[in-house]
Write a protein that binds this ligand. Structure first.
Ligand code: GLN
Length: 544
């Protein structure tokens, strides 16, 4: 029978609850267990597909086509395993299911109530995931922070599970301990309050992970132990680290696996984390910098700048840079600045490689195309991801094929040259207002043409990559563009859709309709990113 570890966040969001969950799963896997993860998001959206990335961060996509929270990406990267629909749950899904069941008399005429029927459905889903993943341990990350109204039903589900099987359920609180600079001391009070609020839901944490800028010292540890009713050994110090991949080793320093296994009455197994130690050393040892620019638009919210929207792209660049013995230096380039002043494009000269990642809508597209054209002409290695591929096609159409009005129907519905456009089935979705989970989503096969940069990268003909888009390369323009030097390097064999484009006479200019970044792992960097970084390194050497 599976054991369940609920992970909740105290004090504030954004302190690494997702990576903590992923790290604990990785540690348990290292001890020889099968660990699985579930992310619960308390919002009413059925999935993350319809949300704006500034509000939500990156939308991650699984092989089975689920649009979900970026934490699922952390689980995949740390566990080196695929996640699926059953690893993700939102309030929207839970309520939809319960209401649907009620409508078909599934509750046999009873009054259907928030409690217990909603938490019962949550428990059903958690146990189903345990079964599907044949898990020894299921880590259930509850989104949001303790004290929020909307995640109460998930705590209630955890409480009910613990009541039923006390030796099969643990609660971990990942809390934040601020060190306000005007006080100069680490404060435990917010954590005390978070735990007390959790207690009010009938839950006592078994382990507290103390996130802070600094390591936890003994006086603070004693305070948390005493006020939160927990043993000092069960408090794990988790100071800020340079790289998230140091976290498993750090947690083990605090003996987290020993604490978890002991609490479950299981024999303690040593997790050596040799691969994680090695990775940590590698990350610290790389010296030579590689400068990669990401041209995007989802950066600012008020006075703050966020990079969460491109988290998988950032991680993929890092994995491949380390793999190539390089220190990644990622620079944020705001596409809209290039629209205001195209002279600013010359800053790309200082870069070793340029990426235009996925995106939607027309804001910033002219600036992105400006950057793509600059990389094309100046032979700067370029990797276009999804929208970055479509915009490369449009830029090529306008500049090389001289179709000045060329566009995507996403940007200009009545363009004279719709070089990127929708398939018929998408026309229908759009006209009927069906926007949720209706894009081309999840894993699709792609056949690569030999002799191309992509073939060199993958080293094989048949690949499978993840998609999330509504628009496609318009095959009506294929012959014309190919004659002018555009290489169709990959197609979807079933539907003859263009999945990869490249340019002749360029050291590396590759645009992919899919999202390779979603499959890159620290121990398995993505071949396309590896090849891109390699040519960026060659470009950097050339500049010197
Ligand atoms: N907006 C484009 C489309 O829907 C690209 C999407 C993306 O970059 N993920 O096809």
């Amino acid at each position: 029978m599976a054991r369940y570890i609920f992970i909740a966040g105290g004090v504030m969001s954004g302190i690494g609850k997702g990576v903590s969950t992923a790290a604990i799963a990785a540690i348990l896997k290292n001890c020889g267990f099968r660990a699985s993860c579930i992310k619960i998001d308390p919002y009413l959206n059925v999935d993350a597909g319809t949300m704006n990335p500034v509000e939500h961060g990156e939308v991650f996509v699984t092989d089975d086509g689920l649009e979900c929270d970026q934490d699922i990406g952390n689980y995949e990267r740390f566990l080196d395993e695929n996640m699926y629909r059953h690893n993700y749950m939102t309030s929207g899904q839970v309520y939809q299911e319960v209401i649907g069941r009620e409508r078909s008399l599934g509750y046999g005429g009873r009054c259907v109530e928030t409690v217990p029927h909603i938490p019962e459905e949550v428990i059903r889903r958690i146990e189903l995931a345990a079964k599907k993943d044949k898990a020894d341990f299921v880590l259930v990350e509850i989104g949001g922070t303790i004290g929020e109204y909307q995640n109460l039903i998930f705590f209630e589900a955890g409480r009910m599970m613990k009541l039923k099987s006390p030796d099969k359920v643990l609660f971990v609180v990942v809390s934040y301990l601020p060190v306000p600079h005007m006080i100069g001391e680490m404060k435990t009070k917010p954590t005390q309050h978070a735990v007390r609020t959790l207690n009010a839901s009938g839950i006592q944490p078994d382990i507290i992970i103390a996130r802070s800028a600094l390591p936890l010292d003994n006086p603070r540890k004693r305070k948390i132990a005493s006020f939160c009713n927990i043993k000092e050994d069960d408090i794990i110090s988790a100071p800020d680290v340079k790289s998230i991949y140091e976290i498993p080793v750090n947690f083990e320093r605090g003996k987290i696996s020993e604490r978890i296994l002991t609490k479950f009455n299981l024999p303690v197994k040593k997790s050596r984390l040799v691969n994680w130690q090695k990775l940590g050393r590698k990350i610290k040892s790389v010296r030579k910098e590689i400068r990669i620019g990401i041209v995007g638009k989802y950066f600012s919210t008020g006075r703050f700048t966020l990079s969460d929207s491109y988290i998988s792209v950032i991680e993929a660049v890092k994995h491949s840079a380390w793999h190539n013995g390089l220190k990644p230096n990622i620079l944020w380039l705001n596409a809209e600045e290039y629209e205001k002043d195209s002279k600013k494009l010359s800053e790309l000269d200082k870069l070793d490689g340029v990426i235009v990642p996925g995106g939607f809508g027309d804001r910033g597209v002219e600036g992105k195309m400006g950057a793509i054209g600059y990389a094309r002409r100046k032979k700067i290695p370029y990797l276009g991801l999804c929208y970055g591929m479509q915009l490369a096609v449009i830029e090529f159409a306008r500049s090389v094929a001289k179709l000045r009005q060329a566009s995507s129907t996403e940007i200009s519905a009545r363009t004279a040259y719709p070089v990127v456009s929708t398939l018929q089935e998408q026309e229908k979705n759009l006209s009927e207002g069906k926007f949720g989970a209706s894009m081309r989503l999840g894993a699709y096969p792609c056949e690569i043409k030999s002799g191309t940069a992509s073939f060199r990268a993958y080293g094989e003909k048949n690949i499978v990559e993840r998609h999330r888009h509504r628009y496609e390369f318009n095959n009506d323009f294929r012959d014309k563009f190919e004659k002018l030097g555009l290489v169709v390097a990959g197609i979807n064999p079933q539907r003859n859709l263009v999945e990869i484009i490249e340019l002749k006479d360029h050291p590396f200019f590759v645009g992919v309709q899919f999202h390779p970044e979603l499959k890159s792992k620290p121990f398995k960097p993505h071949p396309l990113f590896n090849e891109f970084i390699k040519s960026a390194r060659a470009n950097s050497a050339r500049q010197k």
